[in-house]
Design a protein around this ligand. Sequence first.
Ligand code: NOJ
Length: 736
Amino acid sequence: MRQEELRQLLEDMSLEEKIGQMVQLSADFYKGDAKSVITGPAASLGVTGEDIRLAGSILGAYGAEELMEIQKNYMAEHPHHIPMLFMLDVIHGLKTVFPIPLAQGAAFEPELAQKCASAMTKEAAVSGLHVTFAPMADLVRDARWGRVMESTGEDPYLNGKYAAAMVRGIQGDDMSKPYKMSACIKHFAGYGAVEAGREYNNIEVNEHTFREFYLPAYEEGIRAGAGMVMTAFNPVNGIPATGNRRLMRDVLRGEMGFDGVLITDYGAILEMIAHGYAEDEKDAAHKAVEAGADIDMMTNAYAANLKQLVEEKKIDEALIDEAAFRILELKNKLGLFENPYKDADAKAQGQVRLCSEHRALAREAAQKTCVLLKNDGILPLDMSKKIAFIGPYTNNHEIHSTWAFTGDVKECVTIEAAAREVFDISRTTFHQGAPVVGSDVRLSGFASDTASGKVSAREQEAMLDEAVLAASKADLVVMPLGEHYLQSGEAASRAMIDLPEVQMALFRAVAEVNPNIVVVLFNGRPLDLREISEKSRAVLEVWLPGTEGGHAVVDVLTGAVNPSGKLTMSFPYCVGQEPMHYNEYATGRPYDRNERLCTRYTDVPNEPLYPFGYGLSYTNFDISPIRMSGSEVTEDAPLTAQVTVKNTGDCSGTEVVQLYIRDMTASVIRPVKELKGFQKIWLAPGEEKEVFFEIDEPMLRFVRSDGTWGSESGKFTLWIGSSSMTENGAQFELKL
Ligand code: NOJ
């Protein structure tokens, strides 16, 4: 539809219709018998039949037949036959489930994330969906927060690259094209900074850090063209994001130039009452609409109050027009006025979902996201040995995440299933050893099913005995261990970030009879791995790898694939170090091991157990000292930093060569190191390659003491290496 036609449509719409566009309801209101819905769930929310008739979007359903039916009935009833938008959380896959976003970050390959996003969008689009609530661009620093699994980690630069790549994967260059949808950047802003990692808690971030660390990744996603942004539950500078006019109108729309649709997070308008920022539902609706929230997700605040607010002249109708128009524009960008069903196609669903191409991509992604944390040479596995697989993830299909609720866990390939394809079964055994969690762990999630308490004490003992016996007879033991998938995700904060006790008991018992242990870890967050690291010979982090997890892990264990993932969140030494991130500000008393009065803990090291950017390979890479093309950078003359990277081992492999920079003196204190570039290179044994990084003025910009972005003349240090701990440095100067 042309812009003039869209404007005309808006003019023809009644106030109620325009407000309807701003209301998002659950798909349940459109299923089954309308009358029973209205007297049932709708009544409890205060939703009327008219609200249901006019609501501009729904969330929580997928499937071509069902959504086409809803669209057809809805449009027939709607006064202007405007199509509705169908939204859902498709975060890392619909049916083919790709590794969780935190794992995808570890691949250091945004292009791969783009491909995964594109494949998941295809499955979602043929299933009738128009908008996915992804990507989450929140910066995370605290492993206690359950939602770190949905982020790509602690670095703003890397997160920005991923947010943009995922937006491109979801939307392409034109979201009206086949198999494309609208992305939604969330949660604006700062949700990742919830205090003490406790879900739905407040955040306390100063303006400088907020702008420099937290905002950039959202901005990159917006710059990539994201059609939608979601508000955060938390307040920013004391004002809930959903009612935060300065944040939404000045920063998001004004400074970042976002002109798409702003949707609230689930029920967030009413949460302003609990925050003590709004008196009642009407006040909350008033504040949210003034702040610029276009769609009210799942409360009745807009539907019940906006009309009255306009009639009482408390708000200008122009605010409603502006919001409704943006929503119509998004529908138009998706091409819904021409084709309200877009890609919904019942037949295509069967062909696209879990197709071999998507499965192959899921396998590749899961391989590339594995991070080898420790290896004394026991990996890759010597297949001539007697191997016992022992642990609750040996044959466990629950290697999705809570966000993959649309996937079918039965489709997940387990380690055992994959191992049976390649290992000599006459000398390989498989044992559960323990349940994922014992009765000491309480689980709750979207799914009602929990493993806790299902295994009796006697069964548990029998499992353990069988496992220990098998371990004692084997040459080496592979232990697939991990968190329960319900231990990470939304509303899954943990104060203790270790493996469930029942698994630690298994691990200790096995370690007593066989020291040749390879631990394979399934989890959605960094864990305290001190004991695991100390008592095992190798540790392979495989996250929640999704549908093809088992195949990918076995590919890596056997050496068919050489691991190349690198951590994008520091794995702390212990939980007391949290929040933890490598790019911390320089202190006045830097760590000095000969000095007592310096920044340090008295009981544990300052460093994480495994740092940002870290990950081993089956081969070794030698990175030469840095050669600089000069010693000065100016506004028009960049510098080049060059290293030679050589594969000194005897198998081919991929290294992520990382560039870090520190501004040595500035008008505000600067981080001790910041990632400014990376390159992934593949090398055959003995092969070497030159790797170049260009250092230019824009990459040296930061939020200066006067609040503006810019660079300052002075000395800089740069490092090029294989993790954030690299000491391979050189100096240069910026002359403005
Ligand atoms: C709440 C979550 O915070 C958000 O990320 C999600 O998209 C919505 N619920 C909708 O499910």
